[in-house]
Design a protein around this ligand. Structure first.
Ligand code: SF4
Ligand code: SF4
Length: 437
C-alpha cells in the first residue's frame, strides 16, 4: 500500500496525445547544435576544445570542475565554430555555449564498455562521472555526486511517476526499453550498495507494470518492487514520492539521503545503462513534444538541438501561444525558440492561449481568502501569506512563513480562483532570499 501525501491537484493529463507514440528520431541532423557548458547543478564545465577544432560524437568537449559539476560531450560530429557567452538557456538563466557545425554522418568516440554485474561500485561511479550523467527529471544534479551520499542509504527509488501533464517520455522508455531501464536502475543500486529498490509509478500508467515485474523476475538483483501510486500532481516530487512509498518524511531543508533514500528518474537510469553497455556519454535524450503541434510524439533528440529545429520537424503554429520547456506545471515559458535542448529537458510543450492563463499583476493582491491554495499545498505551507509578503518585498517575513520549503510545484497557482501569481511570487522571494544569504 502506498500513502497519500497531503494536498495536490488533478490538472487535465493530456497524455493521450503522445502516450501511444513510439519514440522516433528526426531524419536529419540539425545544421548546428548549441551545447551549454552548464546543463547541470553546480559549476559549469570548462571547454577542452576551441574554435576550429573537429569533434566526434561522444567526444569530451568540456571537463567538469572540482566539486559539483559534470562533463559535457559533443552530440554531433563536426567542427566547433564558436564559443558564445551569456546565451539563453531553457531554465530562464543565461550561460555560455559551444556552437558546433554538424555533419550528417556520425563518427563516434565511445567509452570502453562496462559489464555492471562485474564492475565495482567505484568503477560505476567513475563511469557516471566520465559519461556526464545527470538527473534527467529536471534538476540535473550530477549523478556521480548523488551516488556518494554523505549518509548511508538503504533504499533506492526509481521515479517513474511522470506526474506532469503532457509528458510521456519516461513512460515510453518503460514500454519500449524496460530491460535497459531496469538494468540501469540495478547498476545505480549497485554503485551505492543498496539492495532494496522500488519503482514508483502512477496508476494512469499501470499497463506497464506487468512488463516491469516480468523483467524484474528475469534478472536476479536485489529486492525490487513496483509501487502503483495514485495519479495526483505532484506525485513525482521527491519528497512526496519518498513519503508515498516508504512513509519516511524528508525534514524541512533536508535531502532524500537524510532519510536513507536515493531517488533517480527513468531517463537517468536509461542513460546510465547506455553509458555502460554501449559506452555512450549523455549526448541525446528522449523528450515529449506535444500540445499545439502537428506531430505530437516522443523523440530522441541530440543535446544542443534548438527548440526551433525540433518544432520545425513536428510542425507548429505560434499565434498567441506559449512554448514551455518541461511540463506546464513546473516548466519554464520561453521567450525565444533559439534555446537548446539540454540534459534536463523532458519536454517541449506548445500551449494554445486557452491552455494557460496570464496571472494578474504581482503588485495586485486580490485574495478572496478561500484557502484553496492552503488545501492543495503538498508542503503544508500558506502560499497566500508567503506570496503576500513577497509582492511587498518583505522577504524576511516570507522566509519566516517557510518560503524556502516551497517545491515550486505550482499547485497553489493552479487552484487559485483569483488567478494570483502565487508560485511566481514565491519563486521570486526564494531567489532574493538566496542572494541575501
Ligand atoms: S507554495 Fe510552493 S509547494 Fe506549496 S503549492 Fe505553492 S508552489 Fe507548491
Ligand atoms: S487560493 Fe487564491 S484567493 Fe484563495 S486564499 Fe489562496 S491566494 Fe487567496
Amino acid at each position: 500500500m502506498s500513502r497519500n501525501f497531503k494536498g495536490g491537484v488533478h490538472p487535465p493529463e493530456n497524455k493521450e496525445l503522445t502516450k501511444d507514440k513510439p519514440i522516433e528520431q528526426f531524419e536529419s541532423v540539425p545544421g548546428y547544435v548549441y551545447i551549454p557548458l552548464q546543463m547541470h547543478a553546480g559549476k559549469p564545465a570548462v571547454p577542452v576544445v576551441g574554435e576550429g577544432d573537429e569533434v566526434k560524437t561522444g567526444q569530451l568537449i568540456a571537463r567538469a570542475q572540482d566539486g559539483i559539476s559534470a562533463n559535457v560531450h559533443s552530440s554531433v560530429t563536426g567542427r566547433v565554430v564558436a564559443i558564445e557567452k551569456k546565451k539563453p538557456l531553457p531554465n530562464g538563466a543565461k550561460g555560455d555555449w559551444l556552437v558546433i557545425e554538424a555533419q550528417q554522418e556520425d563518427e563516434w568516440e565511445l567509452l570502453p564498455e562496462i559489464d555492471w554485474k562485474e564492475a565495482t561500485p567505484a568503477e560505476l561511479k567513475e563511469r557516471a562521472f566520465e559519461a556526464g550523467i545527470v538527473g534527467m527529471g529536471g534538476a540535473a544534479f550530477p549523478t556521480h555526486i548523488k551516488l556518494s551520499p554523505p549518509k548511508p542509504v538503504d533504499t533506492f527509488i526509481l521515479n517513474a511517476a511522470e506526474c506532469e501533464p503532457f509528458l510521456t517520455c519516461d513512460y515510453r522508455l518503460l514500454v519500449e526499453k524496460p530491460r535497459q531501464v531496469l538494468e540501469g536502475m540495478m547498476a545505480l543500486m549497485k554503485a551505492v550498495g543498496v539492495q532494496k529498490g522500488f519503482i514508483g509509478i502512477e496508476s494512469n500508467k499501470a499497463d506497464v507494470v506487468r512488463t516491469l515485474e516480468r523483467e524484474i523476475a528475469a534478472i536476479p538483483y536485489g529486492d525490487i518492487k513496483v509501487k502503483i501510486l495514485p495519479t495526483r500532481y505532484p506525485q513525482g516530487s521527491e519528497k512526496q514520492l519518498i513519503y508515498a512509498i516508504t512513509g519516511r518524511k524528508v525534514p524541512l531543508g533536508g535531502l532524500p539521503h537524510d532519510v536513507g533514500v536515493l531517488v533517480n528518474n527513468v531517463g537517468t537510469a536509461y542513460a546510465f545503462y547506455q553509458s555502460l553497455k554501449f559506452g555512450k556519454p549523455l549526448v541525446e535524450r528522449v523528450i515529449t513534444v506535444s500540445g499545439k503541434v502537428s506531430k505530437p510524439g516522443n523523440y530522441r533528440v541530440r543535446i544542443g538541438t534548438s527548440f526551433r529545429f525540433v518544432l520545425e520537424q513536428v510542425g507548429y503554429v505560434v499565434e498567441e501561444g506559449r512554448v514551455v520547456a518541461g511540463g506546464p506545471m513546473m516548466g519554464v515559458a520561453q521567450s525565444t525558440l533559439d534555446v537548446p535542448v539540454v540534459k534536463g529537458t523532458s519536454g517541449i510543450i506548445l500551449l494554445g492561449k486557452e491552455d494557460f492563463y496570464v496571472p494578474s499583476s504581482m503588485t495586485e493582491f486580490n485574495c478572496i481568502r478561500c484557502s484553496r491554495c492552503v488545501d492543495v499545498c503538498p508542503m503544508n505551507l500558506v502560499p497566500t501569506t508567503i506570496a503576500f509578503y513577497a509582492v511587498r518585498r518583505k522577504f524576511e517575513d516570507a522566509k519566516k512563513w517557510g518560503a524556502m520549503a516551497c517545491i515550486e510545484c505550482g499547485s497553489c497557482a493552479y487552484a487559485c480562483p483569483a488567478k494570483l501569481p502565487l508560485v511566481q511570487a514565491i519563486r521570486y522571494a526564494k531567489q532574493v532570499i538566496r542572494v541575501m544569504r
